[in-house]
Design a protein around this ligand. Structure first.
Ligand code: GLA
Ligand code: ZN
Length: 691
């Protein structure tokens, strides 16, 4: 099943169960939500106690009443299953539902998102309530989507989970000796005699066995996925017809989201960047990458399920969003492929931990606030932008940001325990491509490479499955590939490859690694351009943290080290392979080096680049394409006004300030230009510069 909508969803989490004793508030909320152009709310997240106040005693009538009222007022419902937090009676009667931590301590009752996914009781009770909810609301015309649980995450180390981990390992390895080989347990005499001896990683026990750590993380994803599938199954058993989703989190590395993607009908996620904690241009670029990661999971529109209207209460500092940012952040999600802007939350709670979290309707209960006004403006904008709903955001360039590789790199002892900076390196590649005005997909190494012209696979330390063959084939057929330091070091069990590395790619890259130097914080080296007369590269760049030493076979140097005992040896290279080129950057270089190298790569790849000189810092360009044409979003996330570059053949379509003054974008302003389908900027229109 697929979720699709013909209009952008606008609204967010709403908890009417907190206001049942003041029905007038519920009525006022509906009036205010309509004023803000809200058309969808998420109900039922954490509502278990109100739905089942004691074992097997169900009260759905309040929920039905509010769903009906919302429906009468043109507001759809995304209905959550309540399993994100359990009622106290459940934990008291069946303590097995509580999670056990890595120290093997069973939690006391409290908090949320902290239950055991293996517990038969938890599974039984969630299935029971999910089935009943589905029976009651599975065909309700207001309910358009199921929101399973909330922000799945964390892990449980209880006896039940240990047992399923052992069974999972048995299925994966077959014999204990295969497990011993894969985990290299002869080292420090850690050989297992039987699967029954295996324990999940623990600070009290085994922490250093990377094979165990990686398999445990894979198992945690599998367990979570199994629990998600279990809930979906219960909804279907209850007769629910609507599509399902579950909300993912910002840059969350506890789960391999790619593995959960087939279970849901649409990807949705919660975006809470730390706006204003650093230059907003930087925060916006980081958030853009996360949006693109979410879109790339299923290569299609996703939903922004939660975001904050203004401040959050849980970040270190509850900074207000500056005027205009509420709309800019929402439209950024849209630009990157979201078919919704949803918030946490519609009405601010009176008590407990989130009482000071921003909301559409605050404690004052009025719409006469700055936040409400900005939210209403944004709701109106979504109505005006309706024809963009469901359009795609296809990309010619891709960057790998692979969760399992991240586990391995960040968990590896050496070469740099003081920080390996994987995410930052991915971000540098991503920013460099986006600066050129390109849409970028953010992929996992298991995803298909067809259709891309450029793939940047930074720090691809762990190689899984047939990735080497696929990268070789990609370049052979004419693609351009960028690899960087620490490529091709270990297999999926974190065993180092024997022989020349980057493993399987020495011919592709035309080089091999000889040594890896890690630099202390504060130390640096330089990268010097090889051809003195070129304008492709600056004379010198700074690099730090990681400097690999490489020996070239067929590759040609573009940059060489400027200092240390490896001064003059290659650091950035190009190698022709089949019809394409493979590039290598062996050091953790500064941003401008990534920018120049990826521009050099993109120009050689003859990609349609709108801005070969690079967009000004903080100006984002993103494109959605649909049957009626292409929509180019320009957004200013810098703190200064930015001139709008000319986009030939494009017509003004929408702007924060209407059609006036669109040649200058103020901070947080957006302008959208439309190119008719016939003029769409594509491969046939290569290399055109419009600046
Ligand atoms: C998360 C949760 C919500 C709420 C918000 C607050 O994303 O899913 O229930 O706690 O954070 O920002
Ligand atoms: Zn458990």
């Amino acid at each position: 099943m697929k979720f699709s909508t013909d209009h952008f969803l606008y609204g967010g989490d709403y908890n009417p169960e907190q206001w049942l004793s003041t029905p007038e508030i519920l009525e006022e909320d509906i009036i205010l939500m309509k004023q803000a152009h809200v058309n969808a709310v998420t109900l039922g997240v954490f509502a278990w106690s109100a739905l089942e106040p004691s074992n097997d005693e169900y009260h759905f009538e309040w929920l039905e009443r509010i769903i009906d009222r919302l429906y009468e007022n043109g507001i759809s419902v995304i209905l959550a299953t309540p399993s994100g937090a359990r009622p106290k009676w459940l934990a008291q009667r069946w303590p097995e539902v509580l999670r056990t931590d890595a120290f093997r301590r069973r939690a006391l009752y409290g908090g949320r998102h902290n239950h055991c996914y293996s517990s038969p009781v938890y599974r039984k009770k969630t299935a029971q309530i999910d089935r009943l909810l589905a029976q009651r609301f599975g065909r309700h015309p207001a309910v358009i989507l199921w929101h399973v649980s909330n922000e799945f995450g964390g892990e449980c180390h209880c006896a039940l989970c240990q047992q399923s981990f052992r069974e999972w390992l048995q299925a994966r390895y077959g014999t204990i000796s295969r497990l011993n080989e894969a985990w290299y347990t002869l080292f420090w005499s850690h050989i297992y005699d039987s699967f029954d001896d295996v324990e999940s990683p623990s600070p009290l026990g085994e922490e250093h066995l990377m094979g165990l750590n990686l398999d445990w993380k894979r198992f945690v994803t599998e367990r979570t996925g199994d629990f998600l599938a279990h809930e979906i199954h219960a909804l279907r058993e209850g007769g629910a017809r609507q599509p399902v989703t579950t909300n993912f989190m910002y840059d969350y590395a506890g789960l391999d989201y790619q593995k959960l993607s087939d279970l849901v009908d649409i990807v949705s996620w919660d975006a809470y960047p730390l706006w204003h904690s650093a230059p907003d241009a930087r925060i916006a670029a980081e958030c853009a990458l996360q949006h693109d990661r979410m879109r790339s999971i299923r290569k299609g529109p996703f939903l922004l399920m939660e975001s904050a209207l203004s401040s959050t209460n849980w970040q270190p500092v509850s900074r207000l969003k500056r005027p205009g940012l509420l709309q800019a952040q929402g439209l950024q999600a849209l630009a990157h492929g979201s078919d919704s802007i949803l918030y946490f939350q519609m009405r601010q709670s009176r008590g407990a931990s989130e009482k000071l979290h921003s909301a559409l309707i605050g404690h004052s209960g009025t719409g006469d606030t700055r936040v409400f006004y900005e939210a209403a403006q944004t709701g109106l904008a979504l109505q005006q932008l309706r024809e963009l709903c469901g359009t795609q955001a296809p990309a010619h360039a891709a960057v790998f940001y692979d969760t399992q590789n991240r586990w391995a790199l960040e968990g590896s002892e050496g070469p740099r325990n003081a920080g390996i900076y994987y995410r930052e390196t991915v971000q540098k590649c991503y920013n460099a491509l986006r600066r050129l005005g390109l849409n970028v997909d953010v992929l996992d190494q298991t995803q298909p490479l067809e259709g891309y012209h450029i793939v940047a696979a930074p720090m691809l330390y762990q190689l899984r499955g047939d990735i080497v063959e696929r990268l070789c084939e990609f370049v052979e057929r004419g693609g351009s590939l960028l690899c960087t330091a620490l490529t091709g070091v270990t297999d999926d069990s974190d065993l180092c490859f024997l022989g020349a590395t980057p493993y399987g790619m020495t011919e592709l890259l035309g080089l091999q690694r000889t040594e890896v130097d890690a630099l202390y914080d504060g130390e640096s080296n330089t990268l010097v351009r090889q051809a003195a007369d070129t304008t492709d590269f600056a004379p010198v760049y700074r690099c730090s943290r990681l400097c690999e030493l490489i020996k070239l076979s067929s590759a040609k140097p573009l940059l060489v080290y400027g200092e240390d005992f490896y001064r003059g040896t290659p650091a950035a290279t190009i190698n022709q392979y089949g019809r394409g080129f493979a590039f290598y950057l062996s050091a953790d270089a500064e941003d401008s080096c990534f920018n120049d190298l990826l521009r050099f790569i993109a120009l050689r790849a003859q990609l349609p680049i709108r801005f070969p000189q690079g967009l000004p810092e903080g100006l984002e360009l993103t494109e959605r394409i649909g049957p009626q044409g292409s929509y180019i979003f320009l957004q200013n996330f810098s703190n200064a006004s930015q001139p709008v570059p000319t986009l030939p053949a494009a017509q003004f379509f929408w702007g924060t300030r209407g059609p006036k003054n669109v040649d200058l974008l103020s901070p947080f302003d957006t302008a959208i230009f439309k190119l008719p389908a016939s003029e769409a900027f594509d491969e046939n229109n290569k290399g055109v510069s419009v600046l």
